[in-house]
Design a binder for this molecule. Structure first.
Ligand code: NDP
Length: 260
């Protein structure tokens, strides 16, 4: 399928993990990709997309920095024309007991996970309204936007924030033919989950490498962790014509882990 032929897609945190899987999926359906992350390796990821036949550029962009976000969307328009789809995927996590959780961790998590989504949505909406073509905004939330897990109140708050922002914006831009939806991945094998597995595993006591993930996977009705491609498939659906009457929704991709 070439559902996104000629469409311009921005993916933050697009150099690896879930974001890269999303970029690969859109690229495989004909889209032009602008992927962003804070590391210089984002260009290597873009090169991999190009080698697979896509048009893709990598941009170093800290999503907490308004000027950098503006420059990201400027670059996307320069390269490929108006932005049609923007995926706010960049995110961070730390894990700490409440007495140990620092204000710095709280602020950094809210800055990247919530303010970063706000800045990108604001920039994308401004431009989508100007182009008059409508558009699709896809915000990465988490199972923790449904059910806060232990030792991560800051992360849970940041992701509940993403869900609220998604609903509010969806109402504001509905008549501009722009949809705004959020995705809640469950347990997806990425660098972030490697960190979770190690740190939560130590804090909860007695889990060796990979054992915490294995244990939590047993709570998933499907009894398996997810992969980036599962999240990417939902992102592609939300961005497609088939989803043009779906907005303000937050949808779980988690093998049934959370059913609310
Ligand atoms: P990874 O840690 O593998 O990737 C995170 C991405 O975010 C990287 O590309 C990273 O860039 C980027 N990033 C971090 N900070 C910034 C910033 N300030 N500006 C721009 N980019 C930034 O995580 P995942 O792929 O696992 O997670 C992707 C999203 O999915 C996150 O929002 C996460 O919260 C969410 N999620 C993940 C789950 C999972 O099980 N993996 C479960 C639920 C939600 P760089 O490499 O340059 O640092």
């Amino acid at each position: 399928m070439n559902r996104f032929e000629g469409k311009t897609v921005v993916v933050t945190g697009g150099n690896k993990g879930i974001g890269f899987a999303i970029a690969q999926r859109f690229a495989s359906e004909g889209a032009n990709l602008v992927i962003a992350s804070v590391e210089a390796q984002v260009e290597e990821a873009a090169a991999a997309l190009r080698e697979a036949g896509a048009k893709a550029v990598g941009v170093i962009c800290d999503v907490t920095d308004r000027e950098a976000v503006t420059a990201l969307y400027d670059r996307a328009e320069e390269e490929f024309g108006a932005v049609d789809i923007s995926v706010q995927n960049a995110g961070i996590i730390t894990i700490a007991k409440i007495e140990d959780l620092t204000e710095g961790e709280w602020d950094a998590t809210m800055e990247v996970n919530t303010k970063g989504v706000f800045l990108c949505c604001q920039e994308a909406i401004r431009r989508m309204r100007k182009s008059g073509n409508g558009g699709r905004l896809i915000n990465m939330a988490s199972g923790q936007a449904r059910d806060g897990f232990i030792y991560t109140p800051h992360y849970a708050a940041s992701k509940f924030g993403v869900m609220g922002m998604t609903q509010s914006l969806a109402k504001e831009v509905a008549l501009d033919n722009i949809t705004v939806n959020a995705i809640c991945p469950g347990i997806i094998k990425t660098d972030m989950w490697d960190y979770n597995d190690r740190v939560w595993g130590e804090m909860l006591g007695g889990f060796g490498p990979g054992e915490l993930m294995e244990s939590w996977v047993q709570n998933i009705p499907m009894k398996r962790a997810g992969e980036g491609k599962h999240v990417a498939a939902l992102a592609a659906f939300i961005a497609s014509e088939d989803a043009d009457y779906i907005t303000g929704q937050t949808i779980n991709v988690d093998g049934g882990l959370i059913m609310s």
